[in-house]
Design a protein around this ligand. Structure first.
Ligand SMILES: C[S@@+](CC[C@H](N)C(=O)[O-])C[C@H]1O[C@@H](n2cnc3c(N)ncnc32)[C@H](O)[C@@H]1O
Length: 319
C-alpha cells in the first residue's frame, strides 16, 4: 500500500493538539520529533549508565517539534490538508503557540487544493434542531424541526465542527425561548449569531476584534435571510458598548473571558444569561470562580472532550 506522510512543524506545547487533529483526519499513526525529548536525554551521563548512544548523533529537530502523520492510500490527502492547516491555525485562538505551523506533504499533488478543500466540509448536525451547512452544499432539512445555519467557512473561526462552537450552540438552544436580545462577543464566522436567530432570538449585535472575522461574519449573515438585521462591528470585547442584552455569548480564550466578566455583568439585566465557551479543563475553575465572585449564578457547565462551556445568570434579589 502507498502511504502519504504529512508533517506539521510546530512548537512543543502544540504537539498533543496537533497529533489529535492528524489522528482525527484518519492518520494511521503519528511520529513525534520533539526537541524537549532530547533535552531530557542529554542530561543523562551516558558513559556512566553504560549506554553507547550519543544524543548529538541522533538526527532530531533542534527547535520546536515536528509531527509526521501517515495516511493510507484510501485517504485522499490533498482533500484534508486545508482543514488540517485551518485547524492547526485555529489552536492559536485557544492560547497555544503553533508557529511556524508549516504543513508539508510527501508525494502529494498540491495543484488542486484551492477547490479540493471544499470537499472536506459537509453538513454538521450539531443538535436535533441545528445543522451547519457549507454554502455550496445543496442541503434540505431532513425534519421539520431542523434549522440550517449556512456558512462559507473562509478564514474566520467557527465552522460548527469545533467542540467549543458546538457547546455554545447547545447552550444557546437551552436558553433561547424567543425574542431575546443578544450580544455575540468574538463572533468569528457569525455562526452563533445566526444560530440564535434560527432559535428565535430578537435584536442581535455581533463584535470581533479581527476585521477579517467581521467581514467574514457579514458575508455569512448575508447567506442566511433570517440573520438580515444582525449588526456586526469591530470591537475589543464590550469596551464602549452600551445598551442591555438578555444574552451575552462569548466563545473565546479563558484569559480573554476574565476581563469580559465585569463588562458582561454591566450589560445584562436581572435573569440575563452569560454564556462562555472555549474553556480548557485546566482553566475551568478559574473562570467559574471569577464569574461567581462577580455575582453570577452558575446554572450549568457543558463539556465535550477537553472543552467546557458555562451558562451563568445574573440573579435577581430573591434567587
Ligand atoms: C474561538 S473564536 C469563536 C468564533 C465563533 N464565535 C464560534 O463560536 O465558533 C474566537 C473569536 O474571538 C475573537 N476575539 C479574540 N479576542 C477578542 C477581543 N478581545 N474582542 C473581540 N473579539 C475577540 C477572535 O478574533 C475570534 O474570531
Amino acid at each position: 500500500m502507498n502511504w502519504t506522510a504529512v508533517t506539521v512543524t510546530t512548537t512543543n506545547e502544540a504537539v498533543e493538539a496537533v497529533s489529535n487533529i492528524l489522528m482525527e483526519h484518519g492518520a494511521s499513526g503519528v511520529q513525534i520529533d520533539d526537541e524537549k525529548d532530547y533535552e531530557q536525554l542529554s542530561q543523562v551521563d551516558w558513559g556512566k549508565k553504560g549506554e553507547i548512544l550519543n544524543v548529538d548523533e541522533i538526527p532530531h529537530v533542534k527547535n520546536g517539534a515536528k509531527i509526521t502523520a501517515y495516511f493510507p492510500a484510501t485517504i485522499f490527502v490533498p482533500e484534508i490538508i486545508p482543514a488540517i492547516k485551518h485547524q492547526v491555525e485555529g489552536l492559536k485562538a485557544f492560547g497555544l503557540a503553533v508557529a511556524p505551523a508549516e504543513v508539508t506533504t510527501d508525494k502529494v499533488d498540491e495543484t488542486n487544493w484551492a477547490t479540493e478543500w471544499q470537499k472536506y466540509y459537509h453538513p454538521v448536525q450539531v443538535t436535533r434542531f441545528l445543522t451547519v451547512v457549507p454554502s455550496w452544499e445543496d442541503y434540505q432539512p431532513k425534519t421539520k424541526d431542523e434549522r440550517i445555519i449556512r456558512l462559507d467557512p473562509g478564514m474566520a473561526f467557527g465552522t460548527g465542527t469545533h467542540p467549543t462552537t458546538k457547546l455554545s450552540m447547545q447552550a444557546l438552544e437551552l436558553v433561547i425561548h424567543g425574542g431575546e436580545s443578544m450580544i455575540d462577543v468574538g463572533t468569528g464566522s457569525g455562526v452563533l449569531s445566526i444560530t440564535a436567530k434560527q432559535l428565535g432570538a430578537g435584536d442581535i449585535r455581533a463584535y470581533d476584534l479581527d476585521q477579517v472575522a467581521v467581514d467574514s461574519a457579514k458575508k455569512n449573515l448575508a447567506l442566511n435571510p433570517v440573520a438580515a438585521d444582525i449588526t456586526v462591528a469591530a470591537n475589543n470585547l464590550l469596551t464602549g458598548i452600551q445598551g442591555e442584552a438578555d444574552i451575552i455569548v462569548a466563545n473565546i480564550l479563558p484569559d480573554v473571558i476574565l476581563p469580559l466578566i465585569p463588562q458582561a455583568w454591566g450589560l445584562l439585566p436581572v435573569h440575563g444569561y452569560f454564556i462562555t465557551s472555549g474553556i480548557i479543563t485546566e482553566k475551568l475553575d478559574q473562570v467559574l470562580d471569577a464569574q461567581r465572585k462577580q455575582g453570577f449564578k452558575i446554572l450549568q457547565t457543558l463539556n465535550m472532550g477537553d472543552w467546557y462551556g458555562v451558562i451563568a445568570q445574573r440573579p435577581g434579589a430573591d434567587d
